[in-house]
Design a protein around this ligand. Sequence first.
Ligand code: HPA
Length: 272
Amino acid sequence: MAIIQQLRETTDYIQRLYPHTPEAGIVLGSGLGNFAAEIRIEKEIPYSELPHFPVSTVEGHSGKLIFGELGGRKIVAMAGRFHFYEGYSPEQVTYPIRVMKLLGIQHLLISNAAGGVNPAFKVGDLMLITDHISLAIVNPLIGRNHTELGPRFPDMSEPYCKALQQKTKAMAASLGITLREGVYFGVTGPTFETRAEYKMIQVLGGDAVGMSTVQEVIIAVHMGLPVVAISIITDLGIREEDNIITHEEVLEAAAKAEPKLSAIFKGLLAGL
Ligand code: HPA
């Protein structure tokens, strides 16, 4: 079945269960489960229930769409995202982004956990993504272009909406939260980077490195959907001799920084 038809079936299904138009979509990154508590929830739909949604291979990791209100706006949030390293195709990884756009969202707020390579960064910092480097990932637009969704050769000179970046910076400042800025370097994972790789990423212009987001942003840009994205710096690639990175410390650092991220996103939504 053509993807357009699949998307229509998914959105029809959702609209029967939740007949409202969300204004913004939110992607919750690793360790940001608590963020959902901020949402005045109106409807939750498990991914496993949605026609054509990728089927989760990991038990207990199925995830759900949360519909409700945050910052006085109708939103849809993805609690759990699909990663390329889990074995999903780039089209599957980005399928929910297309669904949210077709449901009517006008803004996409993305969060993620990332490793810092900028030597000024510390664990727990938030970084507003100003740009990304996608050359180490598989571009999700490879293959036949669906002109109904967007152009064959999308411009990528401003993948992260300038106006949303300004609003985000202003909101962080008004909340007294330090917000770093930088370039997100996308990788596939699931290995964390070697010392040589972290160094290379820094030399190539990355400030942080992570295993998500870039494919989602490319699909959003393809559809003309304005994006703002914030990384939580959960570990440091440029590091001490015996500093080993674990998934547990990534989740812990993300959970600790989560209230700062929630406050910024909530304030940003209220000011849209
Ligand atoms: N590298 C890649 N992805 C990550 C990292 C990292 O150091 N930390 C969190 N996600």
